[in-house]
Design a protein around this ligand. Structure first.
Ligand code: GLN
Length: 277
């Protein structure tokens, strides 16, 4: 039987990508945090713990994302439950949350289209308790995860609706702000084969031949669901900034801006709709 120090030393000699997550996997198996491992290097795993650790490490080294193995991912400092029914929240999506928080909105009614694990809606719900947030998803399984996250985080100002984009909504509903992290990867993009993407729900990633099919629909239809001077904020691919700004313009938005990540890559675009739809 092995102790923590031996297991970690052995994992550190492995060269496969993913082996660097051994401490996080071990901490997960033992239901402790990482610092506990270093405080108790001589702790010996029982047979069940060992078998579980070995199997999870093996799956990780074959490419399965860590978040699906541990069932958790941090987003906006929130611990979210994640399953293979949900996209794994990405750090860049925090830009969308930041852009929303920078808008001068008090008691707003807000819509998060395609919420997945609920990451965006729940981050905003915590920061803006007075906002009334509706989160939708096409996947009933994803909505179950999102609702569970809302309950765990005690976010009572978020409601969930099931359906494809705007079809989930009551047609008369109007929002001060609509946010969406839609699928935007082109179906031929080789990037879909790496970095654990094959394990993620493809409907949350892939959008037609140019990656713009869902963005096109959302940007075109959003004005009908916005209140006067309402905002739309979308995440998009690094090379889609110009195309997305054009879609905002064609749909009649003003104050159109694209924001970049820390590496100066286009990530999100927002605009305000001041005409009457
Ligand atoms: N940013 C993700 C990726 O390229 C894609 C997420 C999405 O399609 N919304 O891996």
């Amino acid at each position: 039987m092995n102790c923590i120090a031996e297991l970690l030393a052995r994992a550190s000699r492995l060269e496969q990508p993913g082996a660097e997550d051994a401490p996080l996997i071990l901490a997960h198996v033992l239901d402790r945090d990482r610092s506990w491992l270093y405080a108790w290097p001589e702790y010996r795993l029982d047979d069940k713990e060992s078998a579980r650790y070995e199997s999870l490490l093996e799956r990780r080294m074959k490419g399965e994302p860590l978040a699906y193995l541990t069932g958790h991912r941090e987003f906006w400092s929130l611990d979210l439950k994640i399953t293979p029914a949900t996209l794994i929240p990405r750090p860049e999506t925090e830009l969308l949350v930041e852009a929303a928080l920078a808008l001068p909105l008090q008691q707003a009614s807000v819509l998060d289209l395609g919420t997945g694990s609920g990451a965006i809606a729940l981050a905003l719900a915590g920061e803006r308790p007075k906002w009334n947030i509706t989160a939708t998803d096409l996947s009933a399984e994803a909505l179950e995860v999102a609702a569970l996250n809302a309950a765990r985080l005690q976010r009572t100002n978020v409601g969930f609706l099931h359906g494809h984009w705007f079809e989930a909504l009551d047609e008369k509903q109007r929002y001060h702000l609509i946010l969406c992290n839609p699928p935007y990867v082109a179906e031929t993009d080789p990037h879909l084969q790496d970095n654990g993407l094959p394990y993620e729900p493809q409907t949350a990633l892939v959008a037609g031949t140019d990656g713009l099919s869902d963005l096109r629909l959302i940007i075109t239809r959003a004005p009908a669901y916005l209140r006067p001077d309402g905002w739309l904020i979308v995440e998009h691919g690094l090379e889609q900034g110009a195309a997305v700004r054009q879609l905002f313009e064609d749909a009649g938005f003003d104050q159109i801006q694209t924001r970049q990540d820390l590496e100066q890559r286009d990530r999100i675009t927002l605009g305000c709709y001041s005409r009457s739809p």
